[in-house]
Design a protein around this ligand. Structure first.
Ligand code: FAD
Length: 319
C-alpha cells in the first residue's frame, strides 16, 4: 500500500500493516508496539511516524540481507554514533553543568515546583521564593498546567495527556558483556519490551562483570508493585538465557519513572497546542520530552533546547 504515493494511513496500526506488510506486522511490529504502548494501536495517531513523502521506504535489499543474517548498516545514525568514553550520558550534562556554573549561573536543586505566580511587574514568582524575568519549562505539561491552575480551568486539559510509566529493573552480573547493546522483544509472554546491556556502553573496570536494564511499561495511573515486576523480570531473563546462572547475580535494583513514554493519542496535536497556547499567553516557553510532550530522545532534546536558545537570542536582539 505504501508504494501508492497517495496512500495516507489513518492510524498507527494502518501505518504498520500498510508500510511493512502483514508478516512483519503480525510477527514483530504489532506485538512489540502493543507491549510498549499498551493501548489499541488503532487508537494511536500516525503523524509521529508518518509524514507523507518524508520517511524512506524500507530498502528491500537491506531487508533480505538482514533476514539472511548478512550484516548491513541499517540507519546510519544508529550504526555509528559518538558516546562518552567515561561516565555515560551523564557526563554530557556534567560538562554543561560545569560550564554554566563557571558562567556564573546559580542553580537551585531539590526544589519541587508547586506554584507559579505572575507578579505585577510581569516577572514570575516560583514557589514564592524565586523571582524570574523569563521562564523556560521542562517539567511535564500536565504538571505545569495543574500548578498554574488558579481557577481550576486547566484540569480537564491536563487529564487528556496520556503516558506510560516505566519500571526499570537493573541487574549486575558476574559474567562478560555479550556483543549486544539493546534487544527488543515482541513476545507477549515476556513482560519487558527491551533489555539493554549498559555495560556495553559504559564498560566496567572488570570485564568479567556486566550489567543490564530491562524496561516494563505501565499505563498512566495503574498501581505498580516494583517487587513483583522485578521477580517476574528476573525469571524471564533466566528463561530466555540472559541470566545463565542464578549465582552470577551480584545485585538487582528496580525503580519507577512516572513519566516514561508519552502516548500519541488521536487528539495529541490538539491537546498539546491547547497547552502550549496557555503557556504562551503566560509568556512561558516549554521544551523537552515532557515539556513539549514528544517521544524524543536525548539528541532531539538537545536540538530543541538549542533552538529555544537561538529564538530567545533573536528575540532579545530584535527588541
Ligand atoms: C526508560 C527511558 C529510557 C530512555 N532511553 C533513552 C536512550 O536510550 N537514549 C536516549 O537518547 N534517550 C533515552 N531516553 C530519553 C531521555 O531520557 C529523555 O529524552 C530526556 O531525559 C528528556 O530530557 P528532558 O529534560 O526533556 O526531561 P527529563 O529528563 O524528564 O527532565 C524533566 C525533569 O523535571 C523534573 N520535574 C518534574 N516535575 C517537577 C516539579 N514539579 N518540580 C521540579 N522538577 C520537576 C523531573 O524530576 C525531571 O528531572 C529514555 C527515557 C526513558 C524514560
Amino acid at each position: 500500500m505504501a508504494k501508492n504515493k497517495d496512500w495516507k494511513p489513518e492510524t498507527f496500526l494502518d501505518w504498520i500493516t500498510g508500510f511493512f506488510g502483514d508478516y512483519m506486522a503480525d510477527e514483530y511490529l504489532i506485538p512489540y508496539n502493543k507491549k510498549i504502548w499498551k493501548r489499541p494501536l488503532e487508537k494511536m495517531a500516525v503523524d509521529w511516524v508518518f509524514t507523507p513523502g518524508r520517511l524512506p521506504f524500507p530498502d528491500l535489499e537491506a531487508m533480505i540481507k538482514s533476514a539472511a543474517g548478512i550484516p548491513n548498516i541499517g540507519y546510519e545514525e544508529q550504526a555509528h554514533f559518538y558516546y562518552p568514553k567515561r561516565g555515560g550520558i551523564q557526563s554530557l550534562y556534567n560538562s554543561l553543568f560545569d560550564k554554566v556554573i563557571s558562567d556564573g549561573a546559580e542553580i537551585v536543586d531539590n526544589e519541587r515546583i508547586t506554584n507559579i505566580d505572575r507578579l505585577s511587574n510581569g516577572n514570575f514568582s516560583i514557589n514564592g521564593k524565586i523571582e524570574a524575568r523569563n521562564l523556560v519549562n521542562t517539567i511535564p505539561l500536565p504538571e505545569i498546567l495543574s500548578l498554574m491552575d488558579k481557577q481550576g480551568q486547566n484540569g480537564n486539559l491536563a487529564s487528556k495527556f496520556d503516558y506510560n510509566s516505566v519500571v526499570i529493573v537493573g541487574v549486575a552480573l558476574n559474567s562478560k558483556t555479550p556483543e549486544q547493546i539493546a534487544i527488543y522483544i515482541p513476545h507477549p509472554n515476556i513482560t519487558f519490551h527491551r533489555y539493554t546491556w549498559m555495560s556495553s556502553l559504559i564498560p566496567p573496570s572488570d570485564s568479567n562483570k556486566s550489567n543490564l536494564i530491562a524496561e516494563i511499561t505501565v499505563p498512566k495511573g495503574e498501581t505498580i508493585d516494583p517487587n513483583r515486576v522485578e521477580l517476574e523480570t528476573m525469571k524471564k531473563l533466566a528463561d530466555i538465557g540472559v541470566i545463565e546462572d542464578e549465582n552470577d547475580i551480584i545485585f538487582t535494583k528496580t525503580w519507577v519513572n512516572k513519566y516514561g513514554y508519552p502516548i500519541y493519542t488521536l487528539d495529541h496535536n490538539y491537546v498539546r497546542n491547547e497547552a502550549m497556547n496557555i503557556l504562551k499567553e503566560n509568556n512561558i516557553i516549554s521544551v523537552g520530552r515532557w515539556g513539549s510532550w514528544h517521544y524524543w530522545n536525548t539528541d532531539m532534546i538537545y536540538r530543541a533546547v538549542s533552538d529555544v536558545e537561538r529564538l530567545e537570542v533573536d528575540r532579545r536582539w530584535n527588541h
